[in-house]
Design a protein around this ligand. Structure first.
Ligand code: UDP
Length: 479
């Protein structure tokens, strides 16, 4: 069995007043099409990086909308994640080719994970390259598979892309963040462009008062009285943390008085490069008492990131390649201006000068940081416009709406069998498998209906949380 990630509960209604009303109304209408549908989100890590950030918020909302949504992560040893990081880097234009042995291990791990996927779903969303080859090994069936690419694939290494492409052929749809990221020879006909979004109600983005911000950051060693420049990101060469240090040092020369820099980086389970980059940063930053380096393993979690993004005078995201860069919207949502690399999905978030300045290279980055520090009123206005842009385009309900629309589109080609003929397709409400020969010992009455199961394990899971599975599941037997 693949490992499931526990998520909380969150009603869509709690977004009223924060996200646009029309988006919320449309979502509720569209969700009715999917009541009882089973959706799996599959990725490589339960923490660290943008995908896990998105899924932690999105899966509870899907459940609130009446979909039975799960989040599972694939298994793999470190050598497998070294290979998938090489594929990730290759898709972003990295030069290193994959050896025969690496390809074998990638495919072997995909086959092992496909064998571990023992539940049935109507939709499987596969995030990024790590689990992408599982469909080839599982084989196509009644379930619909969508490949969700979060990477900047606008200039991929041709060999790496040609290799991955073969595993995508049988997908029902693919989703990219930007049109420019769609490779011209994409083997999937249905391709949607859907930019990611942030959750305004998560611990990372919810309101935090100034006194708490100061207290939280003082506690970990930041002086709230000294101007602060911060970059929050995985320790990854594409995020150019060493370039941030260089830009900060140049900006410091242009400003009277001290400025401090914080590099806040998370280590993700599926990103073995992180510690190497961390060590490079430490040797560059160590002699400088005004440069602080924090990780999720040294006590900087969501609330601390929230506080950093609020206290900072400028947030930097000096990416060279970037799928989207949730951190940009996170900072803008807090009204903090951003200096960011003109890469991938970042300009989408800062279009028409909203939110800050796009830069190429260390010198431009340094100049933009110094200019914002010298002009706090102008910086505040940039932040205010950035927040408005995020409210309009980059909050979670909009992302959910786009994904449900895509699912609807996929259903036009392949309708849900249990919707078409519920009586002919009775399903276990927990694992989704068809119940062919009902067994009285494997049933349970709840909410005036009899629900039937394929196994005692599914019955037990149902009895533990009946409302999660039963409320809308049309596959259960009517009274
Ligand atoms: N993040 C975090 N702690 C850190 C560094 C990053 O929680 O120390 C989060 C960050 O707030 C954002 C996500 O990790 O939500 C990174 O997503 P992004 O899209 O910016 O980049 P990715 O890591 O997916 O390339």
């Amino acid at each position: 069995m693949l490992q499931s990630v526990d998520v909380g509960e969150r009603p869509l209604a709690s977004y009223r007043g924060t996200a646009p009303d029309d988006t919320l109304d449309e979502l509720a209408t569209l969700a009715a099409e999917f009541a009882g549908a089973r959706v799996l989100h599959l990725n490589a890590t339960p923490y660290g990086g943008g995908v896990s950030e998105l899924l932690r918020s999105m899966v509870p909302l899907l459940n609130d909308l009446g979909v039975v949504a799960d989040w599972k992560v694939i298994r793999g040893e470190e050598p497998f994640f070294d290979i998938t990081k090489s594929i990730h880097n290759g898709l972003q234009g990295g030069e290193r080719p994959l050896s025969r042995e690496e390809r074998d291990l990638y495919e072997r791990t995909a086959a092992e994970n496909a064998a571990l996927l023992d539940e049935d779903y109507d939709f499987v969303f596969v995030h990024d390259p790590q689990p992408a080859a599982m469909l080839t090994h599982r084989g196509t069936g009644p379930d619909r598979w969508v490949w969700r690419c979060h990477i900047d694939t606008s200039q991929p290494n041709p060999g790496v892309w040609a290799y991955l492409r073969e595993f995508l052929v049988d997908y029902d749809a693919a989703v990219f963040t930007m049109e420019e990221f769609t490779p011209p020879d994409m083997p999937v006909e249905r391709v949607e462009i859907v930019p990611p979004a942030i959750d305004p109600l998560s611990p990372k983005n919810r309101p935090l008062d100034e006194a708490s911000v100061n207290e939280i950051l003082t506690w970990i060693g930041i002086n709230p009285g000294v101007p602060l420049v911060t970059q929050v990101s995985r320790f990854d060469p594409w995020k150019d943390p060493l370039g941030v240090i260089d830009a900060y040092r140049l900006a410091r020369e242009e400003i009277d008085g001290p400025i401090q820099l914080a590099l806040v980086g998370s280590m993700a389970l599926d990103d073995p490069e992180g510690w190497r980059i961390h060590d490079e940063i430490m040797s560059e930053a160590k002699p400088d008492p005004l440069i602080h380096v924090f990780t999720n393993l040294t006590g900087v979690g969501n609330t601390e990131v929230n506080a950093f993004q609020r206290l900072s005078d400028v947030v930097v995201q000096k990416s060279i390649r970037e799928g989207f860069g949730l951190v940009v919207s996170e900072a803008l949502w807090k009204g903090t201006p951003v200096v960011a690399g003109n890469a991938g999905g970042i300009p989408l978030q800062m279009a028409d000068g909203a939110g800050g300045e796009l830069v190429d290279g260390v010198d431009e980055c340094a100049r933009a940081i110094a200019a914002m520090l010298r002009d706090p009123d102008g910086a505040e206005e940039l932040g205010r416009r950035g927040r408005e842009r995020v409210r309009e385009h980059f909050l979670l309900p909009r992302l959910l709406l786009n994904e449900l629309s895509l699912m609807l589109d996929v259903l036009r080609a392949r309708p849900l069998a249990f919707r078409e003929a519920p009586e002919a397709a009775e399903r276990d409400p927990v694992c989704g498998m068809a119940i062919e020969r009902p067994d009285g010992a494997l049933s349970f009455e709840h909410g005036g209906r009899e629900h039937r199961f394929c196994s005692q394990e599914c019955r037990r899971r149902f009895v533990d949380a009946p409302d999660r599975f039963a409320a809308t599941h049309p596959g259960s037997a009517p009274p």
